[in-house]
Design a binder for this molecule. Structure first.
Ligand SMILES: Cc1cc2nc3c(=O)[nH]c(=O)nc-3n(C[C@H](O)[C@H](O)[C@H](O)COP(=O)(O)O)c2cc1C
Length: 180
């Protein structure tokens, strides 16, 4: 059994990204894996200070906020899904805060399988390229070994909260989750 962690960074609960996560999670449950979804926007996460202290003291960040719990959960998971709406071609701000603060784990996190789930108003997948490249490079930066960017689902043409219901993305996310 795998431990699956899902970071959902849209502020809109039951919006497109949240529903995409839920479809993914429904698939994950098929194989009785353990799943936790974290509403990143509602966590208290301070921006990275760039002090680099975490690089010299076994990955301990000098800031004490909700990232302490998130570090622990990331280390304990086998699978981590990052789910963000596209804001100006990339992550929304809460997810970027989390990503930057995970610098503390850069040398330590290992053997994780990473997934990307994203939603945007754009008409086709080419508009998600920056997001995908950024995620691929992020996973590559985690240099302890064994980390892998496995797959992704992008939901295009999603604006209003329930637009995603009219796309194939929910089914794709379900299948992705089921494949874990
Ligand atoms: C500030 C802002 C910037 C956005 N920028 C983009 C963008 O660059 N590309 C895109 O496809 N959609 C963009 N969108 C649209 C959202 O990504 C899209 O509506 C998404 O489905 C919202 O997800 P949610 O329902 O989970 O909040 C933007 C929305 C906002 C609020």
């Amino acid at each position: 059994m795998s431990k699956v962690l899902v970071f959902m960074s849209s502020p809109r609960k039951q919006g497109n990204t949240d529903r995409l996560c839920d479809a993914f999670i429904k698939g994950v449950h098929k194989n009785y894996h353990e799943v936790e979804k974290i509403y990143v926007h509602y966590q208290h996460i301070q921006p990275c200070l760039g002090c680099r202290m975490c690089q010299h003291n076994q990955g301990q960040c000098v800031q004490k906020d909700d990232m302490q719990d998130i570090y622990h959960k990331m280390a304990e998971s086998n699978v981590i899904a990052f789910a963000s709406p596209v804001y100006f071609y990339t992550w929304n701000a809460p997810m970027k805060l989390l990503i930057d603060r995970s610098f503390a784990l850069e040398k330590y996190i290992h053997d994780k399988r990473f997934y990307l789930l994203s939603t945007g108003l754009a008409p086709d997948e080419s508009y998600f390229q920056i997001m995908k490249d950024s995620f691929q490079k992020y996973v590559h930066c985690l240099r302890a070994g064994g980390n892998q960017f496995v797959d992704y689902v992008f939901a295009c043409q999603t604006g209003s909260k329930n637009d995603i219901e009219n796309t194939d993305a929910l089914k794709s996310a379900y299948e992705l989750g089921k494949g874990i």
